[in-house]
Design a protein around this ligand. Structure first.
Ligand SMILES: C[S@@+](CC[C@H](N)C(=O)[O-])C[C@H]1O[C@@H](n2cnc3c(N)ncnc32)[C@H](O)[C@@H]1O
Length: 286
């Protein structure tokens, strides 16, 4: 027997809308087109972490106190990630995509929603092992400034290493993960050379524009938090940024099949959610 969903309290709905409006109008963070179920949970987490009785109380503080903004953004975003998360994605990149990328004299890669940096270090290691790192410029973008700072530092708790190493092997790593980091004091620091050619910068897929032409966009586990129009917006940015024949990799629960932007892409390796840009960048606006 199916259980009927409990209807949302209209007062809670208005309170959430006003909180999102305040966040947008006062601080220019636009969460209004994120998927509603996740927004309800994240906003409530922000309220709880900041010790407010109601979302309206939090809204009042947020309007006047910039110091609480990073804590609010932390609560509103999810940084869960792993090195070589979903190893088969990286294996597919290595085996199927790299041979195409190799034909370019120089490469640009956009990692959108890079969280604490695990995805960008995974790609940098893969590119280094495939001899592509020196000719590649990575853009690692994110809305959460604290996460971006952690990504740039490239330092992780040592207890995450077993999972990282296992993923690395499954992703077709050609050496050992230890070739790429130094361990000390309970932490591992990834080699500087992996991020020497990475620009870490704030970029919001909900409000910002394209900043460069790229050959690969890797945007994993970000679109799942967006509603369909916002997913379309982000996919439109990727279509506009990608060079003809460029590649787009999404998360294992994400697809562009139902998007208005699907016409700009052809399936390349669907099991691992990799698509290819079909025509010129100009038609992305069409
Ligand atoms: C679950 S993490 C994904 C991390 C990594 N891409 C992965 O798949 O392992 C989602 C990230 O997207 C970021 N994010 C959320 N909304 C965003 C937006 N509008 N523009 C850019 N990044 C966003 C969050 O701050 C968070 O760090």
């Amino acid at each position: 027997m199916s259980v009927a969903p409990v209807p949302a309290d209209p007062a809670d709905e208005v309170e959430l809308d006003l909180f999102l409006e305040a966040l947008h109008r006062r601080w220019h963070y636009d969460f209004r087109s994120y998927s509603r179920a996740s927004l309800v949970r994240r906003a409530d987490l922000a309220r709880e972490r900041l010790g407010c009785a109601t979302l309206s109380d939090l809204q009042g503080r947020l309007l006047r106190d910039p110091l609480i903004l990073p804590d609010v953004i932390d609560a509103m975003t999810v940084q869960v990630s792993e090195l070589f998360r979903d190893p088969s994605y990286y294996l597919a990149l290595r085996r199927e995509v790299v041979p195409h990328l190799r034909t370019f004299p120089s490469l640009k890669v956009w990692v959108a929603g890079c969280a604490d940096g695990e995805e960008v270090y995974s790609l940098a290691i893969l590119f280094q092992e495939e001899g592509l790192l020196d000719r590649t410029l990575f853009y690692a973008t994110e809305i959460n400034r604290r996460a971006l700072a952690r990504a740039e530092a490239g330092v992780y708790a040592i207890d995450r290493l077993p999972a990282f190493s296992q993923n690395y092997q499954r992703a077709g790593g050609t050496g050992t993960l230890a070739d790429h980091y130094t361990a000390a004091y309970g932490r591992v620091a990834f080699d500087r050379r992996l991020r020497d050619r990475t620009v870490f910068t704030e970029h919001n897929l909900a409000t910002d524009q394209v900043f460069s032409e790229v050959h690969l966009v890797s945007c994993r586990n970000v679109l799942i938090y967006f509603d369909s129009p916002l997913q379309d917006r982000a996919l439109g940015l990727f279509a506009e940024a990608l060079t003809r024949g460029g590649f787009l990799g999404l998360g294992s629960h994400e697809t562009l099949r139902f998007s208005s932007q699907a016409r700009h892409f052809a399936a390349f390796h669907e099991p691992d959610r990799i698509w290819r840009r079909t025509a010129s960048r100009e038609d992305a606006h069409a």
